[in-house]
Each structure stands twice: as C-alpha cells, then as structure tokens.
Design a protein around this ligand. Structure first.
Ligand code: FAD
Length: 309
C-alpha cells in the first residue's frame, strides 16, 4: 500500500505529491488527466515569480518536478469510489478500470470545472475572448468591452472587478432579477460603465475566426434577439467541483465542495483534500499549490501519529 495516495494531478495534487515524497514515504498520484485545468489555460501571468507562462508549459513543468522524486504516477486513471479505512487502517480508492489502490492516507485534489453556456462559438473562442476567471484574464481586456454571463454573486463580483479595468461591462442574467447579495447589486448599479440586462438568454458567441467580436442574446420577455459588440465574455454560471464520486462518503458543502479544516482534513480520518475541489475560498494555481502542500504535511503528521513502527 501507499503511505500517501494523491487523487488528482493538477497544481494541488502535484504540490501534495512533492511534499509527501520529500518525506521519504511511499507516494502515488492517480489522475484522470495529469496537469488538470492548467492544460486548458493559455497565458498565466499570476503564478508568482514567473512573469508569464503558458498552461501546457506549466503543466509539463509540474510533471517534470514530480518525476524528480520517487512518485508512482498513474495517469489516465479515474477514481470512482472511496472506501474509508477499516481495521487495517487502509483507505481504498476504486478506479474506473476495475482496479483499486490502498493507502494509509489519501489526498483528494480532483479540482473543478467551469459550467459552460453550451452555445455556438463558446468552444471555438475559448481563450480567444471567452474566459472563465476574472482574476486570471481580467487584465487582458484592459480598455476593451466585455460581458459577464451570470448575475449570481460570482458574476456580479466579476462585473464590479472588471468595471475597474475595462471600458464597459454588460452583465447578462437569465432570470428576471439578479441573484447576488443586495450589497453587491447596489455597488454594481452605482458604476457608470455597467449595463445590466435581465431575462437574457445568451445564444451565440460571435467572432472573426481569430477572436471574439460580440454575442447574441434573446430577450426572454419580448422574444427578439439582440447583438452586443465586445471583445471579451466572462462566463460566471458556476464552478462545479469534481466530487460527484465522493458524495456518499465524504462530507461536502451544498455546492459539492469537500469540507476541510485549515489543515486540509476532511470528515474521513486519514483523508485530506486540497485545491479547487474543496471549500477553500478563491480557486487559483498558487492557492491550490499551497493547499496541496498543507494537505501533504497534514497527511504526514497523521501517519507519524497513527503508525506502529
Ligand atoms: P485541477 O487543475 O482541476 O486538477 C484536478 C485534477 O484531478 C486533474 O488531474 C483531473 O484530471 C483530476 N481528476 C478529476 N476528477 C478525477 C477523478 N475522479 N479521478 C482521478 N482524477 C481526477 N488560475 C490561476 O492562478 N491563474 C490563471 O491564469 C488561471 N487561468 C485559468 C484559465 C482557465 C481557462 C481555467 C479553466 C482555469 C484557470 N485558472 C487559473 C484556475 C486554475 O487552473 C485552478 O485554480 C487550478 O488548476 C486548480 O488546481 P487543482 O489541482 O485544485 O485542480
């Protein structure tokens, strides 16, 4: 069995694996797709101490760094169930291929995925004007016009944030009213360069073949379609944690995020979690890496307290 088994190979999982392996304990990583969301990212400008890099480059560097250590990397492996430790003290992770792995401690770092609009043009123009993370990509749209899709807390926060950077923000909400907290709505309405459109169904992302040039939405009351000219679209209709497979064994928040304490401990003994799949506020690469390191140190602490030499 492993001493530490990491499930998920994004920034959180890579950091956890390195921190665990540096303790000289038997470490494994099982990941559906090593690299995680970073593989889908283009420019990264907030990975501190690296002025600018690209997602695939950072993902390759993550893997290279993990491979510097004796870590058993099991890529293209999807976990489907977690069985808490019994008398043998081993947590079991079942894989889609029928195999199962046992470990004295487990770190869950399966990340999250942004809910998509699923409209024509969204895939084609992802990273070419269609964006999901205002903290990451906001500055790329300085002096340009953008839309934010979604009038919940994250959409309204994004619109307020972006309004300070870009020339104009159009906020589109499907419902007939915004769902964000009143204090955020009040702030948003006080801004001079924001237009709020409710009852709006986004229908299409428009582009010139290279980048986004606009979008089309349908007014759900009148029924007619409208066009908005702009350079960027921030989709803020939900971040879905990859935790569906854990819902019967590990305590999750109402949004499906793994509940952790400040050491990364979950509700299951010997099971820790880190990164975008958890309740950690703010989902970012450096934050995921810090959380992965915390979880690994906590797992090590757990091992030295529970092991019989
Ligand atoms: P992830 O990166 O999501 O990794 C999850 C890992 O778990 C993957 O290996 C996945 O394959 C695996 N996995 C999932 N389910 C299972 C399962 N059942 N079994 C086994 N493995 C599983 N952040 C920044 O700081 N700066 C940026 O510029 C930036 N830009 C971004 C741009 C885009 C387009 C996106 C989508 C995100 C961006 N982010 C950025 C956010 C950043 O990528 C995430 O915060 C970070 O990757 C989270 O790391 P993680 O390890 O928690 O999860």
């Amino acid at each position: 069995p492993f001493d530490v088994l990491v499930v998920g190979g994004g920034p959180a999982g890579a950091a956890a694996a390195i921190y665990a392996a540096r303790k000289g304990i038997r470490t494994g990583v099982a990941a559906e797709r090593f690299g995680g969301q970073v593989l889908d990212t283009m420019a990264i400008e907030n990975f501190i101490s690296v002025k600018e890099t690209e997602g695939p480059k950072l993902a390759a560097a993550l893997e290279q760094h993990v491979r510097e250590y004796e870590v058993d990397i099991m890529n293209l492996q999807r976990a489907t169930a977690l069985v808490p430790a019994g008398d043998d003290g081993l947590v079991e992770i079942k894989l889609e291929n029928g195999a199962s792995l046992k470990s004295r401690s487990v770190i869950l770092s399966t990340g999250a995925r942004w809910r998509q609009m699923n409209v024509p043009g969204e895939d084609q123009y992802r990273n070419k004007g269609v964006a999901y993370c205002p903290h990451c990509d906001g500055p790329l749209f300085k002096g340009k016009r953008v839309a934010v899709i979604g009038g919940g807390n994250s959409g309204v926060e994004a619109a307020i944030d972006l309004a300070g950077l870009v020339t104009h923000v159009t906020l589109l909400e499907f419902d007939d009213k915004l769902r964000a907290d009143e204090v955020l709505q009040k702030k948003l309405r006080s801004l001079g360069n924001v237009t709020i459109i409710t009852s709006a169904l986004t229908q299409e992302v428009l582009g010139d073949g290279q980048k986004v040039t606009g979008l089309v939405y349908q007014d759900r009351v009148g029924g007619d379609s409208h066009r908005v000219e702009l350079e960027g679209i921030f989709v803020q209709i939900g971040l879905l944690p990859n935790t569906e497979w854990l819902k019967d064994t590990v305590a999750l928040s109402p949004r499906g995020e793994i509940l952790i304490d400040d050491r990364g401990q979950t509700s299951v003994p010997g099971v820790f979690a880190a990164g975008d799949c958890t309740t950690v506020p703010y989902k970012q690469i450096v934050i995921a890496m810090g959380a992965g390191s915390t979880a690994a140190l906590s797992a090590f602490d757990h091992l030295i307290r529970t092991s019989v030499p």
